[in-house]
Structures are given as structure tokens and as C-alpha cells.
Ligand binder design. Sequence first.
Ligand SMILES: Nc1ncnc2c1ncn2[C@@H]1O[C@H](COP(=O)(O)OP(=O)(O)O)[C@@H](O)[C@H]1O
Ligand SMILES: [Mg+2]
Length: 255
Amino acid sequence: MDKIAKALDKLLTTDPIAGAAPAGQAKGGGGKSKTVKLPAKILRDNKVVSALPPKYMDRYNMLRTQVLHRTRSQGKNVLMVTSAMPNEGATLTAINLAISMAKDFNQYCLLVDTHLREPVINQYLGFKADKGLIDYLNSDTPIFDLIVYPDIKALTILPAGKPTTESTELLGSPKMLNLVQEMKERYPDRYVIFNCPPLLSFPDALVFSTYVDGVILVVEEGETKMADLNRALHLLGDTNVVGLVLNKVKEEDQS
Ligand SMILES: Nc1ncnc2c1ncn2[C@@H]1O[C@H](COP(=O)(O)OP(=O)(O)O)[C@@H](O)[C@H]1O
Ligand SMILES: [Mg+2]
């Protein structure tokens, strides 16, 4: 526990923005943490909100406001984003919500890729991440060496590393639970957002839901089946569902 605490302390004493290096390059003496400049074209292509026109940020800011409203006063700062089935937009929602918090609201935020089977957060953001959370869980690589600082003020990212099929065991391990508790307790004014796999595809998200303060469930308009949504909600049981996000809403519905 002490080791984790030290690593997390270091995180907050490092300036995440000063002298951002080109994507994927390590920077700074001593520590192996990375600062990366996120490539605008990749962000745009992947619909990452910081590279899109302001109207898109406005939508995520609405989500952010609702999430903060439902969590902040109760000290619920550790949240996961998931969906019933793949492709409904959980990962993009996790990324864009974190960016809305950090970039637009200056809310310090750590985005963690807990989709250990198919980690894509680093791909969506355009940087390489051969190592990540998996290496901390499997081989004790210090968290500080795995954290990435993008050129977005107040945002830090813990990528997953190379995909693994042992994700349920890793996410369900006491080491993972300790890490989440440590993240929560040491920095109650910071939000931690976990990108989780779909609830109905693997046990991972259900296991993980017992660690967090709340779940954000993404629903794809016109695609998510009511039966699947009900199954997902049933699985979550008493877990605090902070909200359902209706994603991929058609333009004409949004005026
Ligand atoms: N609001 C949205 N508008 C347009 N495309 C979206 C939206 N949300 C997600 N997508 C696209 O849908 C695909 C799946 O998104 P992703 O976030 O990876 O889903 P999941 O994590 O649920 O599998 C990606 O190609 C992504 O760009
Ligand atoms: Mg995903």
C-alpha cells in the first residue's frame, strides 16, 4: 500500500503540461513517465472532443455537469463507464467525459483503461502504450512509470498495456482493489474514470462495478436492445448507476 501511495504522490507533484514531448516519446530525467502531444488529426478522426468544433464539447459538458451534480457532494469520485454490448460508445464517452472535466472545467481527472482485453484508449488518442496497468498488476512495474501525461491540462492517463485474456483475474485481484481504494482515498478532489468492457460480454465490468462509486451506462440510440439494457441493469443490481447516456443520437433529434 505504501508503495502505491508514494507513486500516487509523485503523480500530483509532477507538472503534466510543462514541455510536452512528441507523441510516444519519453521525456524528463530519471522517471520514465511520458508526456505526449496528442495528434489533432487522429483525435478528429476518432471523434475525440478536444479536436472537434465547440458544439460537441457543449454536449459532453452537459454530461459532465450532470455527473458532477450526482456525485461530487457525496464524495463519489471514482466512476466507471460501460455499456451492455460492444460498440455502443462506452470508450469514447469515457475519453470525452474525462476531457470535458479536465480541459474545460479544470477538474483534475485520471482516465484508466480497464478494458484489458482490447485496450484502445491510447489508440483513440494517438499514442503508443506497450506498458500499462497490466504491467503493474502482473509484474509490479511502478504506476508512476506507466502514467502518460497528455497535453491536456489536468488530465492524466493510465493505459492498459498489451492485451491480456486474463483480465477478469487481474481486475478481480486484491492488488487492483487496493489500487482503486488508494486512488479514491488519497485524492478525494480528483475524479478517476475507468473505461470498462461491455457488461454482457465478459464478467470484467461486473467484477469491477463492486469497486467504484458509480457506473455510467452508455446506451446507443436505435441499437441497444431493451432486453440487453434490462439485463445489464439487472446484473448491476444495487450498484449506483449515476446515469444512462444516450449515445450516437441522430443530428435531427438534437435541435
Ligand atoms: N457519439 C458518437 N458519435 C459518433 N460515433 C461514435 C459515437 N460514440 C462512439 N462512436 C463510434 O462507435 C465506435 C465504437 O465506439 P467505442 O467508444 O469504442 O464503443 P465501445 O467502447 O462501447 O465498444 C467507434 O468507431 C466510435 O468512434
Ligand atoms: Mg470500449
